[in-house]
Design a protein around this ligand. Structure first.
Ligand code: TXA
Ligand code: MG
Length: 326
């Protein structure tokens, strides 16, 4: 059931969370599938609904920095600076977990992922939840495991069915999941790139964020970091703009059930569905998952994507594309 995000609907969502139910939650990045973070039985419903392995940790969403000590045992100074700079917003910090708290949500890790979302509907639900004793809200992206993350309320419903209470907060502004920085290793480590870039992280905390590949100790399991993820049904192939043009030319009228997401409109035949890839990384991130979903829904069997340049602002989009194509 999709409800437009009125005050009544927000109150209803907060009560549902308190009562151990799941809620489809709009955030500025993607829609989340939310449950009361400290209610292990409610959190178990998330894993079941998504078909997600129970040892993949979930992100806990909090109303503000005031809630951090309810979940984290310790916050290094560089992490405090990152919260100051980017919260509320699309940044998740992995911190040492307060023992005994949100155990199911943490998927057995002794750490916890915390994020304070800026979307006004998410904020309102978190605030109302607090008043009802919901200290934080666990929410992975509201898609079935391994599939494309939802960026509209309708996407969530098509993933998880008509029974789920979903608050409609419009299209997600960012469009790809939050940047994740591990703050449990003495140095900031980038686990998942997103809209907030390495350069912005470095500048805000005065340290150089390390690459997760540089870690000697294995990082915890994390679905967003699996090599193959965010996959539509159609096969995704990454190519240069020139390659796309040449291959289409070679196919000529034989191109069939083919989706293309590229910067320039090709001389497409009847069997080619073209979607424009924006020149700005921010706009392309906003469009990415809904383009993949839309082309999928139209029954294409392949999606050819122009791989954007290897520059810092495109890192999040390239990461999702590489996983979608893996
Ligand atoms: O933008 C987002 O972050 C969205 C919205 C809904 O907030 N949420 C999201 O959740 O992307 P999900 O479950 O699809 O991705 C959560 C990822 C995990 O795959 C893992 O990479 C990381 O967060 N994570 C969470 N807790 C962790 C922990 N304790 N240690 C390491 N990684 C963790
Ligand atoms: Mg996800």
């Amino acid at each position: 059931m999709i409800l437009s995000a009125s005050d009544t609907a927000i109150a209803q969502a907060a009560q549902a969370l308190r009562d151990g139910q799941l809620v489809g939650l709009p955030t500025e990045t993607v829609y989340g599938l939310a449950a009361n973070a400290t209610d292990d039985a409610a959190v178990a419903k998330i894993f079941l609904a998504k078909g997600r392995p129970a040892d993949h940790p979930l992100i806990v969403h909090v109303a503000g920095v005031e809630q951090v000590p309810l979940f984290a045992s310790q916050v290094p100074e560089f992490a405090q600076k990152l919260m100051q700079a980017f919260w509320p917003g699309p940044l998740t910090l992995i911190l040492p977990r307060l023992s005994g708290v949100a155990t199911a949500s943490a998927g057995g890790q002794d750490s916890i992922g915390l994020r304070c979302p800026s979307h006004p509907v998410a904020q309102a639900i978190l605030q109302e939840g607090l008043a009802l004793g919901v200290l934080g809200v666990s929410a992975p992206s509201a898609n079935r495991f391994g599939r494309v993350s939802p960026t509209t309320a309708a996407h969530v419903q098509s993933e998880l069915g008509p029974e789920l209470l979903i608050l409609d907060g419009g299209e997600c502004a960012v469009g790809i999941e939050s940047t994740i920085v591990d703050c449990t290793r003495g140095e900031p480590v980038l686990l998942r790139p997103g809209q907030i870039t390495r350069g912005q992280i470095d500048a805000a905390c005065g340290r150089t964020v390390l690459d997760k590949d540089a870690l000697t100790q294995a990082a915890p399991r994390a679905s967003g970091t699996l090599e193959s993820h965010y996959a539509p049904r159609a096969k995704v192939r990454l190519m240069s703009g020139d390659d796309i043009a040449h291959k289409l030319q070679a196919l000529g009228p034989h191109a069939n059930n083919l989706g293309v997401w590229s910067a320039e409109r090709p001389d497409d035949g009847a069997g080619v569905l073209w979607r424009m890839q924006a020149a700005s990384a921010e706009q392309a991130a906003h469009d990415l998952f809904s383009v993949l979903r839309d082309l999928d829904a139209r029954g294409v069997t392949q999606i050819w994507v122009q791989l954007p340049p290897d520059t810092p602002e495109w890192e999040g989009v390239r990461d999702r594309l590489q996983r979608a194509a893996a």
